[in-house]
Design a binder for this molecule. Structure first.
Ligand code: NAD
Length: 734
């Protein structure tokens, strides 16, 4: 048995080697330079030893591997910058190209070493790890539900650059391959086999044997595409069949990405060019695109926010270090309405006990029935068993008796958004809970410090703000009141971690963080409409800017009446200058005159006819107070929609609401879908540079009004050349 640091390597009596990937001190295998070095040794050993017939690669951990260590790729960028300075751009680029294709060449060596390799995969096998499996001549997956394969690189602005685009496109129809590569989804075992991505599915403890049996049975060491007479699944690119594929593929790419994602474009190019070349050249083409994409600002921004920062936040970057781990077992949820019922479900789904309370038992039971429905849907889809539903429902106690809260570790209230109702609930809860129990409010508009005044223990009072739909939305905003203590924060963060969502921690302020930016986006849509911009153009500008939905659609989802209510409350509290009269007039007409509340009454900015797609309400054109501008600049519309949100995010930093740029960036993408290719609302400014951003704001201010006035913080940053991340790093170092 030869021993490596990251692999156990042994050969059995049949001469079949088994390389078990099991990195010391890590819960998950990742591809690092050391792993690559050892894999190279393994390939050499297998190829060079006549007694070895072939090799099976498997994992010694619960999962196969999550892929490459992205910090390794980030390091390449730094090295590029150093070399460019020292030796010039060309030498730097050559170095970058050579380094960034090492993994691709290593996998190609494995594929062409002359001995058969098989991958025996259990658990997740993603990105560079799945590309390793794709380079093996045979792949078998465990039939366990948690096993997943896939190439999710596009989700962080990259694409599979170690042969993934070429091998997938040679395994299945081009249209299917492009779809898989564009989406980056994780694929379940049976689906993977049906798609032709893997050869077999076997019970977990039988995968290594199945792989060995394949080698013993004379499995070929030549990949299909290296065999004579190999034909592409969709025929040649320049063929009648190819002509059916490529024009629509371009159109689908545009529709799905609005041309905002260079990595997805690189997939299209790599597959298109690669399929016209033999494998080694095709891999070289893929590598060229990979090097280009690896240096793109979109990749840098997305890796930072959606991989590194998100992981940091999930691991508790903001958790107070000196509070020992809490052991949450039981959570009370007060208010079993729209939000409370869902909070109860996600909590019970994480294995916690839940006491779900409403004004009477019937209302509480109705809230619990939501969990029954969600679990029944899961059963229908084959994703859960009846026993899972029974167990989950057994964890939820529906009640109207506050006495049932006596041994809760945390109580979350989601009752009506009315300070009086909340005050009464706070007092009733506090009379029933243990002295160390933490109290959280899910309010979306009421200041936490104000609510905490109703509490006898404001240091144990905190905001845990969910987004709807709770089951889908991955972000949770945690709001610190003036007196909130560390134990409350630690408990809230531990809870969010248990329910597997991503937390951001913000200081108390009107609208907290996410809703402030969302309201700015919706306001801009309203004002464009009153300016005479045609409604379809406004919606299109939102989507082209990279938002998941246009501002008018979004307003319909949250409720046009809610928009008017918030606007009126703002006006009452902060005065007339705090609102824009054109917006009030627009919303008042829609809600009070036309009875258009949004999707909930099937009438908002859109009409929602039964059984047909929604369509913009034709009456909108009568609400356009100004005549249509003669020349509407689409690029400016797109800029306005992003700039207004980024400006609001910058204001939250200036006001000390958000204290860590990672939270604003992660929060903006997970909370309201801020154009992910930018890396988030603050990265949008950082990557453009504060100076350019301030100039852009000033141009928009001159044309569209003072809401575009850049705050002093941005003027200072523009003068000093600082970035949000630079400031945060300097503050940490100080
Ligand atoms: P909802 O009206 O659907 O539910 C409120 C529930 O509280 C009802 O079931 C009601 O019977 C119950 N309730 C009222 N008074 C009570 C009392 N004294 N004791 C026990 N139960 C009582 O409202 P919702 O949309 O679920 O909102 C609840 C809270 O969540 C609000 O604070 C709201 O601001 C916040 N919130 C809502 C959303 C959203 O999208 N709807 C998003 C984030 C936060």
């Amino acid at each position: 048995m030869t021993n490596f640091t990251n692999f156990r390597f042994e050969t059995d009596a049949d001469g079949i080697a088994l390389a078990t990937w099991d990195m010391p001190g890590r819960s998950m295998n990742v591809i690092t330079p050391e792993v690559m070095g050892e894999l190279e040794q393994i390939i050499k050993t297998v190829a060079g030893d006549e007694a070895i017939k072939g090799c099976v690669i498997t994992s010694g951990k619960e999962a196969f591997s999550g892929g490459a260590d992205l910090t390794m790729l980030q390091g390449l960028g730094a090295e590029y910058a150093r070399l460019a300075k020292e030796k010039g751009e060309e030498a730097a680029m050559q170095f970058f190209f050579d380094e960034s294709r090492k993994l691709s060449l290593l996998y190609r060596r494995l594929e062409t070493c002359g001995k058969p390799f098989a991958a025996a995969v259990h658990g997740v096998c993603l990105g560079g790890a799945f590309e390793l499996a794709l380079a093996c001549h045979f792949r078998v997956l465990s039939d366990v539900d948690s096993t997943r394969v896939g190439l999710p690189e596009v989700k962080v602005g990259l694409f599979p650059g170690a042969g993934g685009t070429q091998r997938v496109a040679r395994l299945m129809q081009t249209g299917d391959a492009l779809q898989m590569l564009f989406k980056g989804e994780q694929i379940r075992p049976l689906m993977a086999r049906n798609m032709g991505l893997v050869h077999a599915v076997a019970p977990r403890d039988g995968i290594v044997q199945a792989a060995k049996d394949w080698i013993k049975g004379g499995g070929s060491a030549v990949a299909p595409w290296d065999q004579k007479g190999y034909k592409l699944p969709s025929n040649k690119v320049y063929s009648a069949a190819g002509m059916q594929i490529w024009p629509p593929a371009n159109a689908i790419y545009r529709r799905e990405t609005q041309d905002n994602y260079p990595a997805i474009r690189a997939i299209l190019e790599s597959v298109y060019q690669g399929l016209q070349l033999p494998m080694d050249l095709a891999l070289k083409v893929e590598s060229r695109w990979f090097a280009k994409i690896l240096r793109s600002k979109e990749a840098a921004a997305m890796i930072r926010t959606l991989f590194i920062s998100m992981q940091d936040l999930n691991k508790g970057a903001r958790r107070p270090k000196d509070v020992p781990p809490t052991s949450l077992k039981k959570v009370g949820v007060i208010g079993a309405g729209f939000m409370g019922a869902s909070v109860a479900y996600v909590t019970a789904n994480a294995g916690l006990e839940v006491v779900l309370i409403d004004r009477d038992v019937e209302a509480a039971e109705k809230g619990k029935a939501h969990s029954h429905k969600l679990m029944s849907d899961q059963i229908m889809k084959g994703r859960a068993k009846t026993a899972d539903r029974d167990a989950l429902l057994a964890r939820i106690t529906a009640s109207a008796d506050y006495g049932d809260l006596k041994d809760c570790d945390l109580v979350i209230e989601a009752v009506f958004e009315d300070p009086k109702v909340k005050a009464e609930v706070i007092q009733k809860v506090e009379a029933s809970i243990r002295p160390d129990c933490i109290f959280a409010s899910n309010t979306s508009t009421l200041p936490i410090s104000g609510l905490a005044q109703q509490s006898k223990k404001p240091d144990q009072f905190i905001g845990i703000h969910f987004f709807s739909p709770v089951e889908k939305m991955m972000l949770v905003e945690i709001i610190l009141g003036k007196e909130t203590g560390d134990k409350a924060l630690a408990t809230a963060l531990d809870y969010v971690r248990l329910i597997k969502k991503t937390p951001i921690v913000v200081n108390d302020s009107r609208g907290f963080f996410a809703n402030r930016c969302v309201l700015a986006y919706i306001l801009e849509g309203h004002l464009m409409l009153t300016e005479g911009v045609p409604a379809p153009m406004i919606e299109q500008a939102g989507k082209q800017a990279g938002m998941p939905v246009g501002p008018l659609s979004l307003n319909d989802e949250v409720g046009v009446d809610l928009g008017l209510k918030i606007l009126r409350a703002t006006k009452a509290q902060l005065g007339d200058a705090a609102i824009i009269p054109e917006q009030e007039q627009l919303l008042a007409t829609l809600v009070e005159k036309e009875g258009r509340f949004g999707r909930k009454n099937r009438k908002g900015f859109y009409d929602y006819p039964e059984g047909a797609p929604k369509r913009l309400w034709p009456g909108l054109k009568d609400l356009q107070v100004n005549p249509a501008a003669e020349l509407i600049d689409m690029d400016e519309l797109k800029q306005r929609l992003l700039v207004t949100q980024a400006l609001e995010a910058a204001r939250t930093v200036e006001e000390g609401v958000v204290t860590d740029p990672r939270e604003a960036d992660v929060g903006s993408i997970l909370g309201f879908g801020f154009a992910p290719y930018t890396g988030g609302a603050l990265s949008y400014i950082d990557f453009m540079g504060a100076k350019v951003f301030v100039e852009l704001c000033q141009r928009l201010q001159a044309k569209h009004g003072d809401r575009f006035t850049p705050p002093k913080l941005l003027l200072d940053m523009a003068a000093s050349g600082e970035t949000f991340y630079g400031r945060a790093a300097a503050k940490k170092a100080a």
